[in-house]
Design a protein around this ligand. Structure first.
Ligand code: S3P
Length: 423
């Protein structure tokens, strides 16, 4: 995919549905009693992997346009699949599924693509075993994992990393335990699991960083309207902020406070972002308006990291066009995402002429140099591809994004929207 220096980005766009909420809507709908109609569902490859896995366990799921209907089988209604459950590139499918499978009477095997087979699963194996689950995995840390067949009891578990996937795996196993389960987070991570389970009638109490789930007898189905994904909006927030003359509206974006670190960081860098038409209850949404402005460097670290973890690659792009130094720290988790996102961004921004240094737990970007187009690798990682496409908009000359089709994981129409905006 070739991308040239962009004209100002103007107009109003809608980005696809939230990936985290779409996954959970299918999973919880499958475990609920009754029918769940999901609108605004993200038809990306990751969420389709989740649908596939639950269909294989006997759940009837209909897909039409952006609406999905899940015919729940109840907490104890899943059936043993024939063969392995394949989760593709999706960490959320893999880890949340582990929590659910830990509590089933049957056992089955979960695996995914080459990237999934390299991502650490020991973090979910440890607490699930403490709850009584039977699990085996490659080197006790990698897919394929075989799980299930144990009877579970509640535990109190301090998460070693602020990870919503890990927290959710433990809470979901907690649905099947004989006593309450408590997780303690080092810093708040996205809380969609807690909010959505509460909405289905489960008692989930949050006190600061301590979350306790009481095992329910059943989940009651409720329709879900999925807001647009702030992690997808992030690419256009940064594009609007760095391409001179831009003024862009992004509609109906989810602004759950555990996800809005990107807004806080960009504003601290001097970005002009307005939130209008704020609405919603279980998951707040608004329309975001971004206008071009000169950015400056900041330090991004500490508790904000889990609130913008997926947005760090595109924030690194913003930093490259900002005046002065940006330090990203406490972000070791980036090394174990779909790719090593620290190494990937350092290498690709360097190709464009940026001054970027890799550190133990992040990177240092000395911004403000004029950048030039180049051929950018994507490491089979959707967010690296979209981040470098945004970078290309503000580089002098032409760039090429290799393997652009990887964006289909979370944003199948990304390049169409970019082209439509004149990018
Ligand atoms: C997610 C949690 C985050 C995030 C991922 C989606 C979720 O992962 O990076 O894209 O839906 O729970 P970690 O929990 O591993 O940080």
């Amino acid at each position: 995919m070739k991308i040239k220096t962009s004209a100002p980005l103007r107009g109003a766009i809608t980005v696809p549905g939230d990936k985290s909420i779409s996954h959970r809507a299918v999973m919880f709908g499958a475990l609920a009693k009754g029918t769940t109609r999901i609108t605004g569902f993200l038809m990306g490859e990751d969420c389709l992997s989740t649908i596939d896995c639950f269909r294989k366990m006997g759940v009837a799921i209909e897909v039409a346009d952006d609406a999905v209907t899940v015919h729940g089988v109840g907490l104890h209604g899943l059936r043993q699949p024939e063969g392995e459950l394949y989760t593709g590139n999706s960490g959320t499918t893999t880890r949340l599924l582990c929590g659910i499978l830990a509590g089933q009477a049957f056992s089955c095997t979960v695996s995914g693509d080459a990237s999934i087979q390299k991502r650490p699963m020991g973090r979910v194996i440890t607490p699930l075993r403490q709850m009584g689950a039977h699990i085996t995995g490659t080197q006790d840390n990698f897919c394929p994992l075989t799980l299930g067949g144990g009877s579970l009891h509640g535990i109190t578990y301090s998460l070693p990393v602020a990870s919503a996937q890990l927290k959710s795996a433990v809470l979901l196993a907690g649905l099947y335990a004989d006593s309450p389960t408590t997780v303690i987070e080092p810093a708040p991570s996205r809380d969609h699991t807690e909010r959505m389970l509460r909405d289905l009638g489960v008692t989930v109490e949050t006190n600061g960083n301590v979350i306790t789930l009481t095992p329910p007898t059943e989940l009651l189905a409720r329709d879900v309207a999925v807001p647009a994904d702030i992690s997808s909006a992030a690419f256009f927030l940064v594009a609007g902020a760095i391409v001179p003359g831009s003024a862009l509206t992004i509609r109906n974006v989810g602004i759950n406070p555990t996800r809005t670190g990107i807004l806080d960081a960009l504003r601290e860098m001097g970005a002009d972002i307005e939130e209008t038409n704020v609405r919603g209850d279980a998951e707040p949404v608004c329309d975001l308006i971004v206008r071009h402005s000169q950015l400056h460097g900041i330090t991004i670290g500490g508790d904000i990291i889990p609130r913008l973890i997926d947005e760090l690659p595109v924030l690194a792009v913003a930093a490259a066009f900002a005046q002065g130094e940006t330090v990203i720290c406490d972000a070791q988790e980036l090394k174990v995402k779909e790719s090593n996102r620290i190494a990937a961004m350092v290498s690709e921004l360097t190709k464009a002429g940026a001054d970027v240094e890799e550190t133990e737990d992040g990177m240092i970007i000395r911004g403000g140099r004029p950048l030039h187009g180049a051929q950018f690798a994507t490491y089979k990682d959707h967010r690296i591809a979209m981040s470098m496409a945004v970078c290309a908009l503000a580089c002098a000359g032409e760039s090429e994004i290799l393997d652009p089709e990887v964006v289909a994981i979370s944003y199948p129409d990304f390049f169409d929207t970019l082209t439509h905006l004149g990018g």
